[in-house]
Unconditional design. Structure first.
Length: 298
């Protein structure tokens, strides 16, 4: 009915992210319908309750931290202006959401106040696009995905691959000795969680956020299949000003990525007049997926 595109994140988490994309009018129609739906639920739940006063409708927006300063304004002037002109309560969280560079902005009030408030927040976010790379907030699933690479088990926490407890690694090593298997690489494109900034149409996601992929690689015990999948090559281009953070001091970071992914990684020398560097990754599809994930996370 609103004409907006609405995406709801996976359901195996305690909370889910709703991303609304489309023309400004479509977004406000969708927000209005969501706010009225929430109010309807509050009214229905009150019919069985002894409470006399109706609680306000509450929404929590996910906003890149780099835009929160503009939203608050100098000495809190902007947020005060939004509160006064819309009648909604607006609260910007002091801390970033887990494993991300985004903060929660809580809005509560009547549906009409919330719609006006979202409108004003969108205007601020269009005037002040996010600075630098945004790591989107992803609610933690009930079970953490596990990656196996180079005989070591890793769990993904935010943008890092963390070595997993010894028992899992030992189990994996044992499985490798006993049965030939082919790792299957499954990649899911990054999901923009900053609904407001992308939604309003003019803000682009930073390149790093577009590149970032959540990679889940599960071992599949497949007797009779070739134990080592054929090696392949993948190429990436990285802006010159970002190459330093990938190489790290005296090559520490790139060596760490080579070790964790089990892939061969070559960085081409800088060419005159070019603002980019070529990175060549060689290995099995699983090695390449993990190397890409770790490079993009850096």
């Amino acid at each position: 009915q609103s004409g907006a595109r609405i995406n709801i994140s996976e359901g195996n988490c305690p909370e889910r992210i709703v991303t609304i994309t489309g023309p400004t009018d479509a977004i406000f129609k969708a927000f209005a319908m969501i706010a009225y739906k929430f109010e309807e639920d509050i009214t229905n739940s009150m019919s069985n309750s002894t409470a006399t006063s109706k609680p306000p409708v509450t929404l929590r927006l996910v906003v890149p931290a780099s835009q929160c300063g503009s939203l608050i304004g100098k000495g809190g002037s902007k947020i005060k202006e939004i509160r006064e002109s819309t009648g909604a309560q607006v609260q910007v969280a002091g801390d970033m959401l887990p494993n991300s560079t985004e903060r929660a902005v809580t809005i509560s009030g009547t549906p009409d106040a919330i719609i006006q408030c979202v409108k004003q927040i969108c205007v601020v976010m269009l005037e002040s696009p996010p600075k630098g790379a945004t790591i989107p907030y992803r609610p933690k699933p009930a079970s953490t995905p596990v990656i196996f690479a180079g005989g070591q088990a890793y769990t993904i926490q935010g943008q890092y691959a963390i070595p997993h407890p010894d028992q899992l690694t030992k189990l994996h090593q044992l499985a490798m000795q006993q049965t030939p298997f082919t790792p299957l690489g499954q990649t899911t494109p990054a999901f923009p969680a900053f609904a407001m900034s992308t939604a309003a149409g003019k803000c682009q996601q930073p390149a790093a956020a577009l590149l970032l992929q959540a990679v889940t690689i599960f071992p599949c015990i497949c007797p009779g299949l070739d134990a080592s999948p054929p090696a392949s090559t993948h190429e990436l281009t990285i802006p010159n000003d970002l190459i330093g953070c990938i190489i790290g001091r005296q090559g520490t970071k790139i060596n760490e990525i080579r070790q964790m992914s089990g892939a061969q990684i070559k960085i081409a020398n800088a060419t005159e007049g070019s603002s980019e560097r070529q990175i060549t990754i060689t290995g099995t599809p699983a090695n390449i997926s993990l190397a890409q994930y770790l490079i993009n996370a850096r």
